[in-house]
Design a binder for this molecule. Structure first.
Ligand SMILES: *Cc1c(COP(=O)(O)O)cnc(C)c1O
Length: 375
């Protein structure tokens, strides 16, 4: 039976051309023209200023935190409804994550919960804001709060390459932005990431730290601890080829989202994941939530799809509910009771959003889901 995927890599041939070029010129070792060109092309696409290609989005978040001076014991505010890679690097530095709830309008960091966190912790070292599933967060409100407290934003745009807010690319609002090219993301290098900033010095520093922090001396001299986090020239070739097709991926992802929205519009128990009216989402994953009180559960939806070899998955389990982060503080958007992030987690499902899905695949998925709601 054919498998229908959530979000798998889609290659076009151009990737192989750049990879072949790397082999033909023996630029297989770290760095080389593909890395430089991939960075330049990302800068011109996003308008981010400067960019350093790295081995993973997680590596970019880690270096980003270091560049913002995050160290042992420092408090870092971070969205709770996200993938663990948003906050694992906080733990690498023995800093203290403080989890911020979502707001219902975009599912991203709640400005109200953020204000509450600032009341208790007026001096966090950084705020990590995520654009979940590609929907831009309420950056205007979040940035105003952070500016008032003079705290830098690290923007985790791992899922939102191509999304804009007020016409500007996500990833370019924070002092530092991060993109991921992991296998399931909107474009992929098999694995990889990028750290971007409007400040050249920060990106230059990221390049140094990501290549073992060598001092500018002929001999191997080190005054600081470095990392082996740089992207290789072969991998960057895949990225260059993918970037040529990003607009096409965006178009297809949007069509998937709109198709689900249309197909479920008559079922009042189903809502699609929210968009941000001030932005244009990349629609990386299309997700549905089931209205409270409905007897169909997310597990039933996932089981029914799984029975037909169709991949779906739960909404990210909020970080403040993870055993590994038990004991860290969480600020609820609501005055009391169940938080917004926990509620979305309890009622949501990520639907197949693979851009290679055919019309027939989409019809099959939609038919299975509609059937569960007796439609
Ligand atoms: C994928 C992802 C990352 C990590 O990126 P990798 O390239 O896989 O290390 C970070 N944050 C979020 C929100 C992600 O979805």
């Amino acid at each position: 039976m054919k498998r229908i995927y959530l979000s798998s890599p889609t290659m076009h041939g151009d990737e192989q051309r750049f990879v072949a070029e790397a082999f033909d010129t023996n630029w297989v070792a770290p760095l080389g023209p593909n890395v430089n060109n991939f960075e330049t092309e990302m800068v011109s696409y996003t308008g981010c200023g400067y960019a350093a290609a790295l081995s993973a989005g997680t590596a970019a978040i880690h270096l980003g935190l270091k560049l913002l001076g995050v160290g042992q014991g420092d408090v870092v505010f971070v969205s709770s409804l996200t993938f663990s890679a948003s906050c694992n690097p906080i733990a690498y530095e023995k800093a203290v994550p403080v989890f911020i709830d979502s707001e219902p309008d975009t599912w991203n960091m709640s400005p109200a919960a953020l204000e509450k966190a600032f009341e208790k912790y007026p001096h966090p070292k950084a705020v990590v804001v995520v654009h979940l599933y590609g929907t831009p967060a309420k950056m205007d409100e979040i940035m105003r709060i952070c500016e008032r407290h003079n705290v830098p934003i690290l923007e985790d745009a791992a899922e939102s390459l191509g999304s804009t807010y007020d016409g500007k690319h996500t990833g370019t609002f924070g002092r530092i932005g991060v993109y991921s090219f992991n296998g399931n993301k909107i474009i992929t290098t098999s694995g990889g990431g990028m750290l971007v900033s409007g400040e050249e010095a920060l990106v230059q520093e990221a390049r140094i730290l990501s290549t073992q922090a060598r001092d500018p001396a002929r001999h191997y001299q080190h005054s600081r601890i470095g990392y082996n986090y740089r992207m290789s020239n072969v991998i960057a070739g895949i990225g260059r080829g993918q970037l040529m097709h990003l607009e096409e991926h965006l178009r297809l992802k949007k069509a998937i989202y709109q198709r689900y929205r249309e197909a479920f519009s008559d079922i009042r128990e189903i809502s699609m994941n929210p968009l941000n009216p001030r932005g244009d989402a990349n629609n990386w994953l299309s997700c549905m939530t089931i209205r409270e009180g409905c007897d169909v559960t997310p597990d039933q939806v996932m089981d029914a799809l799984d029975a037909e070899n169709i991949e779906s998955r739960p909404i990210w389990k909020p970080m403040h509910l993870q055993p590994v982060f038990a004991g860290y503080e969480f600020f609820n958007h609501n005055e009391s009771g169940v938080s917004v992030s926990e509620d979305i987690f309890a009622r949501g499902v990520c639907l197949p959003s693979d851009i290679k899905n055919t019309d027939a695949d989409m019809d099959q998925v939609i038919g299975i889901v509609r059937g569960l709601f007796n439609r």
